[in-house]
Ligand binder design. Sequence first.
Ligand code: F6P
Length: 338
Amino acid sequence: MSVIGVLTAGGDCPGLNAVIRGLVVRAHENDDEVLGILNGWEGLMEGHVEMLDNHAVEEILPKGGTILGTSRKDPYVHGDGYESVARTLKRNDIDSLVVIGGDGTLRTALRLGEDGANVIGVPKTIDNDISGTDFTFGFDTAVQIVTDAIDRLTTTAEAHNRVILVEVMGRTKGWIATYAGLAGGAQAILIPEVPYDIEQIAALIRRRHRHGKNYSIVVVAEGIEPPEKVTLQKDVFGFDRLGGVAYQLAPVIEELTGYETRVTVLGHLQRGGTPSAFDRVLATRLGAKAADLAAEGQHGTMVAMRNANIVGVPLAEGCAEIRGVDDELFSVAQSFFG
Ligand code: F6P
């Protein structure tokens, strides 16, 4: 029998509870115990843990958020790195630490691993930008939420002959924008990976309205280059706190097209609520795989989806780069612009 500690750190996303449930149930099948660490790295530094038996995870599958809580604290920023978590790991006899997080969290896990902790990473983020895995759970749910929003915004835009800019999350990458824009039939999609020309976007909008279309939906990824530089606040990992770039674009598009241009920033709606069926299944499989890697003592690894299979890969692969939208996908989306 070994003891697995599990924590969720960084921003939440739909499916975190499904991972925890998958991990706990499989760990018990493997005769291992699971300790939940509360509020991310903060709980690990401060020693806040609780036992997770099968009963504790019984009804959490459809729940958004995380039963363990999360925080933006980091042991290398707010503590003494490995030293600040070693006490909790030792005191609770934790043999494997399963860290469910995005790229910032996984990088911290990698560093802790190099400094002596037995870590296993589980990639999570609505942004879908973690390398080493085909998809991250949370992404599918976010895309569906944005697609539903585009469908609704289309009918109101059409009633008023308006242009609506739908700003979506995704940080420095345009996965949510591209998938949801494609699924929602948007007239243009602006993503950080591909430079945009506002004059061209405006010309495209003018042309379609002249040809009798009474609406245009432009999906704007929050991380695109803003028309004017603004100083952004940073989060604890040093990432820009994004949001609101569509408000800068709207008056420019309105001026260039002559059509009333409005903005909807979907924000945290994209992260809340119940995970989609796809995300529930993916998250559950990742949790079960993390329990198996722990049972096998395969530390320094990350669970990942590769060609529809769930596998263990070196954790460093998940931290190698922030993965961007591929050209083939974006070129398909571009075929439907206008
Ligand atoms: O990384 C997930 C994400 O939702 C990004 O898409 C977004 O930019 C960021 O987190 C927002 O983080 P917070 O909730 O801390 O403002």
